[in-house]
Design a protein around this ligand. Structure first.
Ligand SMILES: [Zn+2]
Length: 87
């Protein structure tokens, strides 16, 4: 198969991306609602979001979801505006 030779490279890229996201992941996120330390943190899909390196959603026991983002400042601002516009 012609694509087999690329598989290692793709795996390496996926592993590198995961390692980068793990490195960016905060140990905890402070809940926007009750200010508790949230440690139930999920990685969000950032494909199609240029400049956004990682988005994390902290699911608090109070039921609120607080987002933490890593990326370029301009991209984060655009993302926040888009999030507000969608709500
Ligand atoms: Zn909370």
């Amino acid at each position: 198969m012609g694509q087999a030779k690329n598989r290692g490279t793709l795996d390496e890229r996926v592993a590198a991306a995961k390692a980068m996201i793990d490195a960016l992941r905060p140990a905890s996120i402070t809940c926007n609602e009750c200010k508790a330390d949230v440690t139930d943190i999920h990685n969000m899909d950032t494909r199609g979001m240029p400049g956004i390196h990682a988005v994390f959603a902290g699911i608090c026991s109070c039921g609120a979801t607080t987002y933490a983002m890593q990326g370029e400042k301009d991209a984060l601002e655009k993302f926040l505006v888009a999030m507000e516009a969608s709500h």
